[in-house]
Design a protein around this ligand. Structure first.
Ligand code: PMP
Length: 410
């Protein structure tokens, strides 16, 4: 396990004068906090002894029923027996890796992929192999080739990890056609798919795509979370898994933490029972949609020639690529001096790629702050362009073969 090299810079970046386009923190201040306060008080008043007691490692049965109801919005029909509540979907990633991965096993991930998934897979000594993406999601031929190559080498691929909706960090959504092909390929190679979908309901335009889980035939583990649609502080996520897998995940969860926070589960249970949570998700979508538009508008208006970026239909992130010869990590101190922060792309690859890339998040700052942040970012890029034009490339020499230390940001 390695700490992020850019951690010290992020300490500076969290100062109030810096516009942070770096973190992925949901804007929980938009929740009606007084009503949530009342709800918490009611849990203590009406269910105090139960709320303060141990619970099970699989999670509260009523909450698991409510999670099944929630998942119908994603087109998933599931039984509460197949759901295991987890401490955010992050714990589900940890449990799945713990159960499936032996040192040296191969895990396939999109390129780029979610930074903390890289950290988790690396902690269990998986060999992470990236599979290329384009604007429609992972490239099926590349996935097939990666699986064929691993088989030829006699290597065990334990699963393919994907974030199909508004991917963190790339903002890309996998098309329905691609989803069908991914399932066909993984089934043919007898490999599990881990479908991580914390952002699926945060869609600002376009059509919802079917989940891989609902189209698959038993080889998909689905991960959900209330972190982005309610609160990450309550730490409620879940895995939906075929029965034999679910049983092992429950055993692993028991040894990791004995029982969930009964209290948090009862708070969420009451929230889902008494609160107009579907309306709350719509309100989040209106707010985040405005922020997404502010970022895309500002990038369109201000970014220098040679920069490219993705146009997410939902979620929190835009992935931007800098002009030829500019290194996003080398540029970060200059950006922080300009009072803007972002996450350099290298953190989202296990193999040192991503030097020209950066992740820009639009979930936390206001639209005005986003526009100002992009203006400052453009100032930093123009400074680097001057440097490049005077001295040549600002790209650091490649760090071939090393697993890049990743920034530990959500
Ligand atoms: N997966 C992805 C793709 C994420 O972006 C995040 C949070 N940033 C998580 C999993 C973990 O979220 P949580 O544990 O809060 O559910």
């Amino acid at each position: 396990m390695v700490a992020s090299e850019v951690r010290a810079l992020f300490a500076v970046a969290s100062r109030p004068e810096v516009v942070s386009l770096a973190g992925g923190m949901p804007n929980v201040a938009a929740l009606p906090l007084d009503q949530i306060g009342e709800l918490v008080r009611d849990v203590v008043a009406e269910e105090g002894p139960a709320a303060l007691q141990y619970g099970s490692a699989q999670g509260d049965p009523v909450l698991r029923e409510q999670i099944c109801d929630y998942m119908t919005l994603e087109g998933i029909t599931a039984s509460p027996d197949d759901v295991i509540v987890t401490v955010g979907s992050q714990q589900a990633l940890d449990l799945i890796t713990r159960v499936f991965v032996d040192p040296g096993d191969v895990v396939l991930c999109e390129a780029p992929t979610y930074v903390t998934a890289i950290n988790t897979f690396s902690a269990f000594q998986a060999e992470i192999r990236h599979v290329a993406m384009d604007g429609d999601g992972v490239v099926p031929e590349e996935l097939d080739e990666a699986l064929t190559r691993a088989a030829r080498e006699g290597r065990r691929v334990k699963f393919f990890y994907t974030v199909p909706n508004f991917q963190n960090p790339a903002g890309i959504t996998m098309t329905a056609e691609r989803r069908a092909r991914v399932l066909e390929i993984c089934e043919r190679h007898d490999v599990l798919v881990v479908e991580d979908n914390p952002y699926g309901l945060l869609r600002y335009d376009g059509e919802a795509q079917p989940t891989l889980y609902s189209q698959g035939s038993g080889n998909v583990i689905y991960l959900g979370s209330l972190s982005k649609t309610l609160s990450p502080g309550l730490r409620i996520g879940w895995a939906l898994a075929p029965a034999p897998v679910r049983a092992k995940l429950v055993l692993a969860a028991e040894s990791a933490m004995l029982s969930h926070s009964t209290f948090n589960q009862l708070v969420v249970r009451r929230y889902l029972r008494t609160f107009p949570w579907r309306e709350q998700i719509k309100a989040f979508n209106t707010m985040y949609g405005e922020r997404r538009d502010a970022m895309l508008g500002a990038l369109e208006a201000m970014m220098p020639a040679g920069c490219t970026w993705t146009r997410p239909e939902g979620g929190f992130f835009v992935w931007a690529t800098l002009p030829e010869g500019i290194d996003a990590k080398a540029m970060l101190p200059r950006a922080v001096a300009e009072r803007v922060a972002y996450v350099p792309g290298t953190g989202f690859f296990a193999d040192g790629r991503g030097r020209a890339d950066m992740r820009l998040s639009f979930c936390y700052p206001t639209p005005e702050q986003i526009r100002e942040g992009v203006r400052r970012l453009v100032g930093a890029i123009e400074g680097e362009l001057d440097l490049r034009d005077t001295f040549g490339s600002t790209l650091a020499p490649p760090t071939e073969g090393s697993q890049a230390p990743a920034p530990d940001l959500p």
